[in-house]
Design a protein around this ligand. Structure first.
Ligand code: SDX
Length: 435
């Protein structure tokens, strides 16, 4: 392409600058040369919420929001959901290629034999209130693992990083299941190494007094597909948190706790829980038009709708909608699906949503499936965190291997007070002590 440069004329000084354009971006640091005089700090870009700022070069996930495309390492999400297991996709995200049969066997063995957690961590979980939100428990337990594996601070050692990555992929379902059993007042169920990753998660959630848990294969496959769909999504809010905390060279357990905290927000991973509460509030298909009217009046948001990047249908939502039918054949149809379908139909035909390019996102249907599987709404974001651990760790690893990256420290535009002095005399603190 001819002349990949941008010429800027600073009308304050009539000086012009030519900046190189690379991968459709200019380097913000190239703006700093644009000054009005020697004491001028130089220009910065101002971009609240990073609406138009690339924070890194990445080779993990590609999204085309206008065309509704999502690819992990070049493979379409539809292709991976149909032909792979979640652990194969986790391997792909972390290593750049799908595993060979030998690599797959070693990877599955590694993960399987690291599902146990230290008994102290199990006991730590058991001391939360019975009604503690499972995301609060998961965030705390992820950080607690940092105290169990102090060697994880050696983030510059590739073998040490690999070991912590295996531990986090393997132990997150265990921590999630322990928090679920604790919330129900049930004894925890230890991992069963005879079972696949997803079947073992179901075992730790739902085994009661039977000698051996046997997972329903349709449910196990549906959960595996849901894990694949949630595994990564480039620089979303929680991935940004993982990179930001990780850029200070905090260990991966503390970085993952930061990422999980970001995911817990209702605008991000907490949306699937909020969708269920919204459908409960609507209560009946007949109430949909009135509810949509309230949203259009600015009284709240349609949870599970809209996306910063997708201005077309989220490809994951389409796959999840197909998966729902498989699950409902086993669990029976969730009546909330009818409300969701009615809500989607009304929204997709309404100018308010069309003009704002608001379509169902990954969270719109996932909660309905999880509820049909028997999960309580406050477990939904935990079910998002389990697979997204693979994406967070792939992003963390890429950050540490990128020689351009350093500790994240954005600038600001200061609009506060100019210099001022404390007015004397000031009353001492004792004057405020109530006698
Ligand atoms: C996830 O980033 C990722 O990749 C995240 C994720 C992942 O895999 O990691 O995909 C997972 O987090 C999916 C999103 C889940 N969140 C929700 O479903 C919550 C509801 N959605 C919204 O809060 C919102 O759509 C966001 C947060 C998802 C995106 O917000 P943006 O891009 O900042 O858009 P915006 O807030 O600037 O909205 C633009 C306009 C506004 O209207 P106007 O001020 O122009 O009149 O659209 C409106 C918004 O009010 N709008 C909505 C809406 N979302 C945006 N109006 C009603 N309902 C909504 N859901």
């Amino acid at each position: 392409m001819a002349n990949d440069t941008l010429t800027i004329i600073d009308n304050r000084t009539n000086r012009s600058y030519t900046l190189p354009i690379e991968h459709g971006t200019i380097r913000s640091m190239d703006l700093r040369q644009i000054k009005t005089g020697p004491d001028d700090f130089g220009l910065m870009g101002y971009d609240p919420a990073f609406m138009n700022t690339a924070s890194c070069h990445s080779r993990i996930t590609f999204i085309d929001g206008d065309r509704g495309i999502l690819r992990y390492r070049g493979y379409n999400i539809e292709d991976l959901a149909e032909n792979c297991t979640f652990l194969e996709v986790a391997y792909l995200l972390l290593n750049g290629e799908l595993p060979t049969p030998e690599q797959r066997q070693e990877w599955v063995k590694q993960v399987t034999f690291h599902t146990m957690v230290h008994e102290g961590t199990r006991s730590f979980i058991s001391h939360f209130r019975h009604d503690a939100h499972p995301m609060g428990i998961l965030v705390s337990a992820l950080a607690a693992l940092s105290t169990v594996y102090p060697e994880a601070k050696n983030i510059s050692d590739p073998e040490c990083r690999r070991m912590q990555i295996v531990r986090l992929i393997a132990k997150t379902p265990t921590l999630a299941a322990y928090s679920y059993r604790h919330s129900l007042g049930y004894p925890i169920v230890y991992p069963d190494n005879d079972l696949s990753y997803t079947e073992n998660f179901m075992n730790m959630l739902w085994k009661m007094v039977e000698p051996k848990y046997v997972a329903n294969p349709v449910m196990a496959r549906a959960l595996d597909v849901l894990f694949i769909l949630h595994a990564d999504h480039e620089q979303n809010c929680s991935a940004n948190a993982m990179r930001s905390v990780g850029s200070s060279q905090a260990d991966p357990y503390l970085s993952a706790a930061g990422a999980a905290s970001a995911l817990a927000g209702p605008l991000h991973g907490g949306a699937n829980e909020a969708v269920l509460r919204m459908l409960d509030e609507i209560g009946d298909v007949r109430n949909v038009p009135e509810y949509v009217k309230r949203i259009k009046e600015g009284k709240g948001k349609l949870m599970g709708f809209g996306h910063r990047v997708y201005k077309n249908y989220d490809p994951r939502a389409r796959i999840i909608k197909q998966t729902a039918e498989d699950v409902f054949k086993v669990t029976g149809r969730n009546p909330k699906l009818d409300i969701a379908i009615a809500l989607e139909r009304v929204a997709l035909e309404d100018e308010y949503f069309i003009s704002r390019k608001l379509y169902p996102n990954v969270d719109f249907y996932s909660g309905i499936i999880y509820q049909a599987m028997g999960f309580k709404p406050d477990m939904f974001t935990v079910l998002f965190a389990i697979p997204r651990m693979a994406g967070w760790l792939a992003q963390w690893q890429e950050l540490l291997e990128d020689r351009e990256q350093k500790i994240a420290r954005p600038r600001q535009v200061y609009l506060g007070h100019e210099l001022r002095k404390v007015e004397k005399p000031r009353q001492t603190e004792r004057a405020f002590v109530t006698r």
